[in-house]
Design a protein around this ligand. Structure first.
Ligand SMILES: CC(C)(COP(=O)(O)OP(=O)(O)OC[C@H]1O[C@@H](n2cnc3c(N)ncnc32)[C@H](O)[C@@H]1OP(=O)(O)O)[C@@H](O)C(=O)NCCC(=O)NCCS
Length: 381
């Protein structure tokens, strides 16, 4: 629940302000580029491992560079026993949600990492690879514990996205499911100075360590105004389905009620993209293709999503962001809703780590100033 706003404390949220320089990513209405490559090109032609290499190392890998990078990731997938134990314990706590369990597990990984306190470029890169490799395993083990199944260990024969899906279920995914997951990881990998990445840079800017910065990034990403929107968008569609199932209300009426209540619709709007999110159409098309193969029980979500999107555009001129199709896509793939944002982390870890390395290598403490609007001239005695 949010507190009542105080008018004199209304903030711009730094909207439109340049807060620093980066050579990693550019986000604007006409393009989204990772180190010079356009997102549609990467989504169509690059794998997640290639994009991870591009972001972390700074250039497209050669075939041999990619092969050794993949080998390094596969070799680092296993979790220390203590981390699995912590996942087991925290997953049964009444207030623990998957994003919090993931945050705690990343903190524990920091305690066990021999280079935890080393903020040199070499140490940061080694830790970035370890975190990229291990975060899917944290998600998989956590889902195994939640489902009450034996822990599914990583399968070295599977690529990153396929292995993530496999560890969550114990079943090898279809080629299509692995591909859709892979593309979603490519789309989520990086997005310049978004809230969570900026958080990681602020933490890294004090010369604090990568695991701490990533734990902060996870906390920032969890919120429904940021990464948590992919879960919230699907929860909203489920709510619309329940409310319209009785026949007393249709989607149009549900939306008009939401507008009257001044409700924020999850998976819509964006701080930078005011005319559409480059990533949303790519994921919507892939998700709908999965749904169409499954039949009407799956396509109904995309049909409802189309209606919601059309009404938002007609009445509010607000476009969906990537989290809206992501919610529906992961849902028809059978992924439990509370794992959508942890999966976002499994991708964004590469962008965060690239920014932490960039910040540490070109460091200047991030410390803006505030405009004071509080009382003055008060006396204690
Ligand atoms: C992402 C978000 C925080 C960006 O916010 P922002 O740049 O600060 O823009 P604002 O929230 O000030 O929105 C501007 C206007 O559009 C409206 N608006 C923006 N997103 C909206 C949404 N999802 N549903 C309904 N109205 C929305 C606001 O109410 C505001 O209207 P007003 O000027 O009449 O008050 C915002 O669009 C949002 O909350 N979206 C839902 C959460 C979400 O999907 N987050 C994932 C982002 S990738």
């Amino acid at each position: 629940m949010s507190a009542t706003a105080t008018p004199e404390l209304k903030n711009s949220g730094l909207q439109g302000q340049v807060a620093g320089k980066t050579a990693i990513c550019a986000v604007n209405q006409t393009e989204l580029i990772y180190r010079g490559y356009e997102i549609a090109d990467l989504a169509a032609n690059a794998t997640f491992e290639e994009v991870a290499y591009l972001l972390l190392i700074g250039a497209k890998p050669s075939a041999s560079e990619l092969a050794s990078f993949k080998k390094e990731l596969i070799a680092e997938r296993q979790l220390p026993a203590l981390v699995t134990e912590v996942i087991r314990k925290t997953a049964t706590l009444p207030n623990a949600v998957p994003m919090d369990i993931l945050r705690t597990a990343v903190s524990v990984l920091g305690h066990l990492d021999p280079q935890c306190q080393d903020v040199s470029k070499e140490a940061d890169l080694a830790k970035a690879k370890r975190l990229t490799a291990k975060i899917p395993t944290i998600i998989g083990h956590m889902q195994n514990v939640i489902d009450g199944r034996d822990i599914v260990e990583p399968d070295p024969s599977l690529d990153h996205a396929a292995n993530l899906l496999y560890m969550m279920t114990g079943t090898k995914p279809s080629a299509e499911a692995a591909h859709v997951m892979d593309v979603s990881l490519v789309l989520y990998a990086e997005h310049d100075f978004n809230a969570s990445t900026f958080t990681t840079r602020v933490i890294a800017g004090t010369l604090s360590d990568m695991h701490g910065a990533v734990a902060g990034g996870i906390a920032a990403l969890k919120g429904p105004l940021h990464g948590g929107a992919n879960e919230a968008a699907m929860d909203m569609l489920k709510e619309i389905k329940v409310d319209t199932a009785s026949g007393t209300m249709n989607v149009e009426q549900w939306m008009q009620r939401a507008f009257t209540e001044k409700r924020k619709l999850m998976g819509f709007g964006h701080r930078v993209y005011k005319n559409g999110d480059h990533r949303a159409t790519i994921l919507n098309d892939l998700g709908r293709a999965v749904a169409e193969k499954q039949g009407p029980d799956s396509t109904k979500w995309f049909d409802m999503g189309d209606q919601v999107q059309a009404i938002m555009l007609r009445d509010k001129n607000i476009f969906p962001n990537v989290d809206f199709p992501c919610g529906m896509t992961y849902f028809v793939m059978g992924i439990p809703v509370p794992q959508y944002t942890p999966i976002f982390v499994a991708s964004r870890i590469t962008g965060w780590a690239a920014h932490i390395i960039e910040q540490h290598s070109n460091n200047k403490l991030i410390r803006p100033i505030a405009e004071y609007v509080g009382p003055t001239n008060l006396r204690w005695k």
